[in-house]
Design a protein around this ligand. Structure first.
Ligand code: F6R
Length: 617
């Protein structure tokens, strides 16, 4: 999704800093990129390119005067929402005089009304974006104030326009005639403000990861915050017109560790990190020696009185929530459901104080999840966050939470963050199992299984070559089914999503029992199925469903805990007992998708049309 990076002021190579910042934001997914840079001689230049940041880098080196220097600027990667993928629609956008420039993440919902009013006042637009409308508006207000000589022209211009905007936005704005000055505003879309305390340089970014190595201190802005960087390098933060102070945090250098190492893709690297991540998830939370949860890690939840749990999340994270709902029913004997975040407010909602609303999110910035979260909070609901990115909006908005500790995930298709989510939702369910005095043996046996997870996942990873062979076969077919019974639902749904996302082939997850109620009509040789068979009471039933598929010439890959005699291909995960099978099958599904996509030559880390962090509704 769109990315913002901005810089001011001591260095003379602002253009290279901005381009490097954009490279760090590339993983979010985008279709075009641009920068505007300026200097104290009031010179400004804008460079834009459709496609990758590398195309923008070429554009800058082609058009930049060799003796130019730039001291401040704004940069953006655009993921198209309003208007096509064109140079005109690429940010930064400018006012009519080409002196004010801004970058924008989010969507200004009333942009058509605002544009209409500007048009009737004679303003014309070069593109179709809502962001350009905002640039024209702020430019007009600022220009009027500059004519009066106000030293606060840009601030006043911005403040005059903000109340007219409806929707969500993170904006960073600069003006050619106000060198060094930058204004950053956050409302509904993420924006981080960073400082290099040694040099006094300032930065903005939509993602803290982009600031590592540049800023040593960052603050995650709140909705309604406005930061003004003044030409002398000092800054002020305002909220609702008043000066406020915000806490600064150190930037973790962990964020810099996003190299692929010896792996061909980030996705593969992240899949292979999973055994290590399982250890990180359990660290300090589980005492495996005594098969008990560490009470201190769940302290916040001890005194909260709830009867039910509702998970709310978007797709991959929704699948983790689904697994969480199963785990709550299985271990804690509690009523638990899962809801698609983007649909949550589309039907009447009654916020219930007896429900714990659990928001699951890798990025912690998903707009579709933030909206129901705010609604639930406003209506007095108890909210819990299971989030990967520390400091992200969902981690800050929820009342309580547990981080997933998966580390930075670069591949757009979520892998390690999902398994970490699975582990955390399981721990949460086990915490309520013990709190409510449920079956103690079951609880200990689950913890005993979890202790084996790093080893179990390692053994699945060692079957990568075997999985690649079947993946090559599946990649030849345009459609396939991922079939399940019982608790395998979220695992199959996630495997199908992963497959679709990076192979661009059609994959659908279905309950095995429902096949004969309609979908069986699609089964033929060119439509294979992947069936998940844990070693449970449903094994025999699952096996006979495989025969039903084969009777219609459908080929079957069985991913199973023990050998399946009638499968066309069988990936047996014998060392995955009980609870660990779901995790092992997840990793197998990820590798299946990866190898099929590799076979098809897809752009695995950045699949077409997708973004890592979906910050618009
Ligand atoms: C798919 C994927 C997405 C995300 C979804 C929610 O691989 O990653 O389906 O799960 O966009 O994002 P988060 O988890 O950041 O809220």
């Amino acid at each position: 999704m769109c990315g913002i990076f901005a810089y001011s002021w001591r260095r003379k190579d602002a253009d290279s800093i901005l381009l490097h910042g954009l490279e760090r934001l590339e993983y979010r997914g985008y279709d075009s990129a641009g920068i505007t840079v300026g200097n104290d001689a009031h010179v400004v230049e804008t460079f834009k390119a459709v496609g990758k940041v590398s195309a923008l880098v070429k554009e800058v080196s082609k058009k930049r005067p060799s003796d130019a220097f730039y001291q401040f600027g704004i940069a953006h990667t655009r993921w198209a929402t309003h208007g096509g993928v064109t140079v005109e629609n690429t940010h930064p956008h400018s006012d009519v005089e080409n002196r004010l420039f801004l970058v924008h993440n989010g969507i200004v919902e009333n942009h058509s009304d605002l544009a209409e009013r500007l048009s009737s006042a004679g303003v014309s637009f070069y593109g179709q974006t809502d962001s350009e409308v905002v640039a024209k508006l702020i430019g007009k207000e600022t220009a009027a104030r500059l004519r009066t000589g106000s030293p606060d022209s840009l601030l006043e211009g911005v403040e005059a326009v903000l109340p007219r905007l409806e929707g969500a936005y993170a904006l960073v704005i600069m003006h050619a005639d106000l060198p060094g000055e930058l204004i950053g505003v956050k409302y509904g879309s993420p924006l981080v403000f960073g400082r290099d305390t040694k040099t006094g340089d300032s930065f903005f970014a939509s993602d803290v990861q982009a600031l590592a190595g540049y800023a040593d201190q960052v603050t995650f802005l709140d909705d309604g915050d406005l930061v003004r960087i003044k030409p002398d390098g000092t800054y002020e933060i305002r909220s609702e017109g008043f000066l406020v102070s915000r806490p600064f945090e150190r930037v973790e250098t962990e964020h810099l560790k996003t190299e692929k190492g010896n792996f061909e893709h980030f996705m593969l690297k992240e899949i292979f990190e999973q055994p290590k991540i399982m250890k990180a998830v359990f660290q300090g939370r589980v005492d495996f020696e005594h098969l008990a949860l560490n009470a201190a890690a769940f302290q916040d939840l001890r005194d909260i009185d709830i009867e039910r749990v509702k998970f709310i999340a978007c797709w991959t994270s929704y699948h983790a929530g689904w697994a969480g709902a199963y785990a709550f029913r299985e271990y804690a004997g509690m009523s638990a459901t899962v809801e698609i975040a983007s649909e949550f407010l589309n039907s009447p909602v009654r916020v219930d104080p007896k429900i714990l609303y659990v928001f699951v999110s890798q990025s912690g910035e998903t707009a579709d999840a933030i909206e129901p979260l705010k609604f639930i909070k406003e209506h007095g609901g108890k909210t819990f966050g299971i989030v990967n990115v520390v400091g992200s909006s969902i981690s800050r908005l929820t009342d309580f939470g547990l981080f997933t500790r998966a580390g930075t995930e670069v591949g757009v298709a979520s892998t390690k963050a999902f398994t970490a989510q699975l582990a955390v939702v399981t721990l949460l369910a086990l915490f309520y199992a013990i709190k409510r005095g449920e079956d103690f043996r079951k609880y200990r046996s689950a913890l005993n299984d979890l202790a084996k997870l790093p080893e179990v996942l390692q053994s699945v990873l060692s079957s990568s070559g075997e999985i690649a062979e079947v993946a090559k076969e599946l990649a030849k077919r345009p459609h396939l089914f991922f079939l399940w019974r019982g608790s395998m639902l979220p695992i199959a749904a996630e495997a199908a999503l992963k497959f679709k996302e990076i192979t661009y082939l059609h994959a659908q997850s279905m309950p095995l029992g429902e096949l004969k109620h309609g979908t069986l009509a699609l089964i033929e040789e060119s439509c294979p199925s992947v069936v998940f068979l844990p070693d449970d009471a449903l094994f025999a039933q699952n096996q006979s469903s495989i025969s039903e598929i084969q009777a219609r010439w459908g080929k079957v890959l069985a991913i199973s805990a023990k050998p399946v005699q009638n499968a066309d291909w069988n990936l047996v995960l014998p060392s995955a007992p009980g609870l660990t099978f779901a995790f092992a099958a997840t990793v197998a599904g990820q590798l299946l998708a990866y190898h099929a996509a590799l076979e098809l030559g897809r752009e695995i880390d950045r699949p077409r049309n997708l973004a890592k962090s979906v910050t618009v509704k």
